[in-house]
Ligand binder design. Structure first.
Ligand code: HEM
Length: 427
C-alpha cells in the first residue's frame, strides 16, 4: 500500500515500508497522546504526524458513556474484569521484540489510545473527511458492542532468559511466578505465557476479532503475537451460561455487583501487592480440553455427582433452586464443587468455551474451556484450589489442561495516561 506523505513541497510518495521503526516511534512521540485507529499501524502513526484528527473530544467521550453499548475504557480499574461478561472473547498474548524501555512505553501508549477509541465506538470515523480511520469496513455498525479491552503483563516482560532488558526486573511481582506444575497435565509452551496479554470481549465476535487485529497492526515491529484464543459463552439474558458439558457454570462465582467481594478477593491493595499493582489484579488463563464424547457416554446422574449440582436447574444436589446454599454433607467429597469450595478461598471466574473443529488424530471434538480467573493472589487463592482439584476431582478423567499463563493486570488508566504507567514511575 502506498501512503502519500503530507509533505506538499515535494509531493513525495513514500512507501510505508520505507519508514524505519525509529522514525515511526519518533512521529508517535511528536504527535503526543493522540492516535487514530484501524489503518495499518504505520499509516495510523503517519496520519498523526500529518496533523489529522486524532484525539477524542472530551464532549464526545461524555455522550458515548451514556451509550448502553459503551463500557468506559478509562477508570481506576481496567474493564473486562469486574464488569459483566460479554458473549465473545478474543484473547492474544504478545511477545515484545524491542529491548528499549522507551519503545515499550510508546507501544503501551499507542495501544491505550487505540483501545480507548475502539471501546468508545470511534473506530468508524473518518479523518479529514478523506481517510477511513478504520480498516474494518466489513462492519456496518459503529457500535462498540460492549467492548472491553484488558491488558496484563507476563513475567517475561520483567526478565526473559535471565535478562532484565527493560530494567523492570525488580518490579516483577512474586505472584507472576509460574504456577507449580500440576500432576497429570501437559502444558504446551507455544500456547502459554507471553510478555503482554490483551483480552478483548464483546457482544459481537467480529468486534473482538478486529480489536486484536488492529492492536497487532499497530504494534509495528515492536510486538508479535505469540498465541491467540477465541471463546464464547452461551448467555441467555440473566441466566448463568452453560459450559460444553451442559452444566450451568458460574453459579457460585463472586458476585459482580458486590464491590466489597471484589475488594476482598480480586483487586490488589496496599497490603498485598507492589505499589504499581494497586487496583490491579492477577489473571490466570488455562486452556482445558474437555472430552465431550466420553462425557456423553456417562450417565446423567453420574455427571451430576461429578459436579455436585443438578444438570437442569444447577441447584446443589439435595436442593431445588440454583442459588440455594450448597450443603457440603449432601454432595460427594470428590465432586468438583465440594473440592473447589473446601479450600475456603474465592476467585473471580470469567471463562469462555472454545470449539476448534475435530482433532485430526482421534476424530474427537477439539473443544473445552478457556478457564480465566482473576484474583488478588494466585498463590494464596488459586494454587490451593488447583492442587486439590488435581488430586481428587471426579472431573479429572474428562478434562486435560494444555496451556497455563499468569499475567499481572495493572490498574486502569485515565485520559492522557496509559496502561501500566505506574510500573514505569517506580523509583
Ligand atoms: C473444564 C474445566 C472446568 C469445568 C467444566 C468446570 C465447571 C464448573 C461447574 C459446572 C461448576 C458449578 C457451578 C458454579 O458454581 O459455577 C463449577 C464451580 C466451580 N469451579 Fe469449576 N470447572 C472447571 C475448572 C475449574 C478450575 C480449573 C477451577 C479452579 C482451580 C475451578 C473452580 C471452580 C470454583 C471455585 C467453583 C465454585 C465452587 C463453589 O463455591 O460452589 N473450576 N465449575
Amino acid at each position: 500500500m502506498k501512503h502519500i506523505e503530507a509533505n506538499e513541497s515535494n509531493n513525495d510518495i513514500r512507501d510505508e515500508s520505507s519508514y524505519s521503526r525509529r522514525e515511526i516511534l519518533k512521529m508517535a512521540a511528536l504527535a503526543g497522546t493522540g492516535i487514530v485507529v484501524g489503518m495499518s499501524g504505520m499509516a495510523s502513526l503517519l496520519a498523526i504526524n500529518n496533523g489529522q484528527k486524532v484525539n477524542p473530544d472530551p464532549k464526545e467521550s461524555q455522550s458515548e458513556i451514556g451509550n448502553k453499548d459503551v463500557i468506559p475504557f478509562y477508570g481506576v480499574r481496567q474493564a473486562g474484569i469486574g464488569t459483566p461478561q460479554q458473549m465473545y472473547m478474543c484473547f492474544a498474548a504478545f511477545d515484545i521484540i524491542s529491548d528499549n524501555v522507551e519503545e515499550l512505553k510508546q507501544l503501551l501508549k499507542i495501544w491505550t489510545y487505540i483501545s480507548a477509541d475502539m471501546t468508545a465506538g470511534r473506530a468508524l470515523r473518518e479523518t479529514n473527511g478523506q481517510q477511513q480511520v478504520n480498516s474494518t469496513p466489513e462492519k456496518s455498525t459503529d457500535s462498540p458492542a460492549k467492548l472491553t479491552i484488558t491488558f496484563g503483563f507476563g513475567s517475561t516482560l520483567f526478565t526473559k532468559n535471565g535478562i532484565d532488558r527493560f530494567g523492570l526486573g525488580t518490579q516483577c511481582p512474586d505472584e507472576l511466578r509460574n504456577i507449580p506444575s500440576i500432576p497429570g497435565e501437559t502444558i504446551n509452551s507455544q500456547i502459554s505465557g507471553g510478555d503482554v496479554c490483551i483480552q478483548a470481549c464483546s457482544s459481537d465476535p467480529t468486534v473482538a476479532f478486529h480489536v486484536i487485529r488492529n492492536l497487532a497492526a499497530a504494534s509495528i515491529e515492536m510486538a508479535v503475537i505469540r498465541w491467540i484464543q477465541t471463546g464464547f459463552i452461551d448467555a441467555s439474558d440473566g441466566q448463568t451460561p452453560r459450559n460444553l458439558f451442559g452444566f450451568k457454570d458460574g453459579t457460585a462465582n463472586i458476585e459482580l455487583t458486590s464491590e466489597q467481594a471484589k475488594e476482598n478477593h480480586v483487586w490488589v491493595d496496599s497490603s498485598n501487592g507492589p505499589a504499581w499493582m494497586i487496583n490491579g489484579t492477577y489473571l490466570v488463563a488455562r486452556k482445558i480440553r474437555m472430552d465431550i464424547e466420553k462425557w456423553e457416554q456417562t450417565f446423567f446422574r453420574k455427571q451430576e455427582t461429578i459436579f455436585g449440582r443438578s444438570k437442569s436447574s444447577g441447584a446443589s444436589l439435595g436442593k431445588n433452586d440454583e442459588f440455594d446454599a450448597v450443603s457440603m454433607r449432601e454432595i460427594p467429597s470428590d465432586s468438583h464443587v465440594w473440592l473447589a469450595r473446601s479450600t475456603g478461598t474465592k476467585i473471580l471466574r470469567r471463562s469462555y468455551s472454545y470449539f476448534e473443529g475435530i482433532d485430526p488424530v482421534t476424530g474427537n471434538l477439539n473443544a473445552g474451556l478457556f478457564f480465566i480467573s482473576f484474583q488478588q493472589s494466585v498463590r494464596k487463592q488459586l494454587v490451593p484450589m488447583l492442587s486439590l482439584l488435581a488430586k481428587h476431582d471426579a472431573l479429572n478423567p474428562f478434562i486435560s489442561t494444555i496451556s497455563s499463563s499468569v499475567f499481572a493486570c495493572p490498574p486502569g488508566s485515565s485520559e492522557g495516561g496509559f496502561i501500566g504507567e505506574q510500573l514505569f514511575e517506580v523509583k
